[in-house]
Design a protein around this ligand. Structure first.
Ligand SMILES: [Zn+2]
Length: 282
């Protein structure tokens, strides 16, 4: 008679364990507002850095799961990280924050407005459009934002480049990182930092970081061609505030949350130990 009772208690315990959610250790927020600025390294009161700026649609409540939790379909095991006022990280000093806000983020906003106009146009558009932009500023912005989107993990190679760019120890044309931009029409906010891939058939590989907020996706990586895209690096200029005309491919209107950080044929994707997350609007 005692055996069935024992079983019943045990199964209840297992049921309880299964429904009890824990914080996802990969993206659990760090408490405390004083620390080292991720961009200049100064110990300082840390200020909110929106990734990307509020003006391009990164406002209001979002909730997030880590990239690996999301891809593995384990969302039910972990609590969500909540972002009540847009995706933001307290990782930069006010000097860095103000500088990026007044220089780089203006180019991000301008680029978003141009692409939104293009994608909402009732006209039949060619597969590639020529877009005018301050490319150096835009590219610096994406590197800075990818670097500040991390309050949890150690530096990746990109973070060292971001620091040197911010401290003017390196010019963007010498960064040896390649920049990609494409139309992204998905509804999630995606940050995938520091993943490497290897192709077992053609024996090539590389690493990249991805940032997506509709209607744009961006990637920064160490190879000039990435998943069928060609980098915009040849259009970078000697001075950062110069407008240039860049080709922008419209034929890939991508809505997949995880692309390009998922394996395709003959490929394996390896995650670095740096944070990544996928967020949905609340
Ligand atoms: Zn700083």
């Amino acid at each position: 008679m005692t055996i069935p009772q024992g079983r019943s208690v045990r199964s209840e315990l297992i049921g309880f364990e299964r429904t009890k959610k824990i914080a996802d250790p990969a993206i659990e927020p760090v408490r405390g507002k004083v620390g080292q600025c991720r961009l200049c390294g100064k110990r300082s009161l840390l200020t909110s850095s929106h990734v990307l700026p509020r003006a391009v649609g990164n406002s209001g409540p979002w909730f997030a799961h880590s990239y690996t939790t999301f891809l593995g379909g384990h969302q039910n095991n972990f609590t969500r990280r909540r972002f009540p006022n847009g995706i933001e990280f307290f990782t930069t000093c006010s000097d860095c924050n103000n500088s990026i806000g007044s220089l780089e983020d203006k180019s991000v906003l301008e680029f978003y407005q141009t692409i939104e106009g293009v994608l909402n146009s009732p006209l039949r558009l060619p597969p590639t459009l020529i877009i005018k932009t301050k490319l150096n500023r835009l590219y610096r912005a994406i590197i800075f934002h990818l670097s500040t989107a991390n309050d949890k993990s150690p530096d990746a190679a990109l973070d060292n480049v971001a620091k040197k760019l911010r401290l003017n120890e390196l010019h963007i044309t010498k960064a040896r990182l390649y920049f990609f931009a494409w139309p992204y029409i998905g509804d999630k906010h995606v940050i995938v930092r520091d993943f490497a891939w290897t192709n077992m058939k053609d024996h090539y590989g590389g690493y990249a970081h991805v940032l997506k907020l509709a209607p744009l996706g961006f990637a920064v990586g160490d190879t000039p061609k990435f998943k069928g895209m060609t980098s915009l690096n040849p259009y970078l200029t000697a001075t950062d505030d110069e407008y240039v005309e860049i080709p922008f491919d419209l034929f890939r209107k991508e809505s997949d949350d995880a692309w390009p950080a998922v394996p395709s044929d003959w490929e394996a994707i390896l995650r670095g130990d740096s944070m990544g997350m996928i967020s949905q609007r609340n």
